[in-house]
Design a protein around this ligand. Structure first.
Ligand SMILES: [Zn+2]
Length: 224
């Protein structure tokens, strides 16, 4: 009894701690001593994506946008812009459904492939990088990722930009933690993220960090 409780606890912790690599190897940072980090934005294309793209352009900084397939409709030009301005498009599922983690691996894969189909139709690019919705990994998702030949990417710094309301608190949460090779999780669906981005970039740069593109930092292909 105690043993099975312990096992369930470990299983639960493994599901929420992606870096444990319990089910499938998942990349959460680049192995480097060079002062370089990567920015990633989840849940777009969304209300603040274009403002974020303006800031990235101003500072000549690349990023990866893990897009939700269903958000592409009506935001096709934003998706095209992401690619045209030198950023990467990653797959963050089609539905981002609240119960995504409860789906069978076939249904998960169908959902992920639907997002890829949207991206291909609009940009001609089929994203290989996949970020699990809600950051949760489980055995069904591990199977879907393997079968779809996606490369799972998580993060090493979670900004908590969806919950922190104070700009300085959000900035210092990231800046005080940053280390070489970090992948920083942000959301282009959040106004606060668009607001702090210029200062975040400036502070990273003043600490001597270069902001790199994920595929170059990890030496991988972003598209099939
Ligand atoms: Zn998400």
């Amino acid at each position: 009894m105690l043993c099975s409780l312990l096992f369930l606890t470990i299983l639960f912790l493994a599901c929420i701690n992606l870096s444990w690599n319990f089910f499938i190897p998942i990349t959460c940072k680049a192995q480097t001593n060079e002062k370089a980090v990567a920015l990633s934005f989840d849940d777009g294309p969304a209300a603040w994506t274009n403002q974020i793209l303006d800031t990235l352009k101003q500072y000549n900084v690349p990023a990866t946008f893990f897009c939700i397939g269903k958000n592409i409709s009506g935001n096709e030009q934003t998706l095209i812009r992401i690619n045209a301005e030198g950023h990467l498009i990653g797959n963050h599922s089609y539905s981002h459904h609240f119960w995504f983690d409860m789906l069978s691996s076939q249904k998960m894969l169908a959902d992920m492939q639907l997002m890829s189909k949207e991206a291909v139709a609009i940009t001609g690019l089929e994203p290989l990088l996949f970020r699990p919705p809600y950051g949760v990994m489980n055995p069904n998702l591990a199977r879907a990722i393997k079968k779809g030949q996606f490369m799972p990417i998580s993060w090493s710094i979670r900004s908590f930009d969806t919950t922190i309301k104070d700009k300085q608190k959000l900035l210092s949460r990231i800046i005080t933690k940053v280390k070489p090779g970090d992948i920083i999780l942000l959301h282009d669906s959040m106004e606060i993220t668009a607001t702090i981005l210029p200062e975040l970039i400036q502070q990273l740069m003043s600490k001597g960090y270069k902001i790199g593109r994920l595929d170059k930092m990890l030496n991988i292909n972003a598209y099939a």
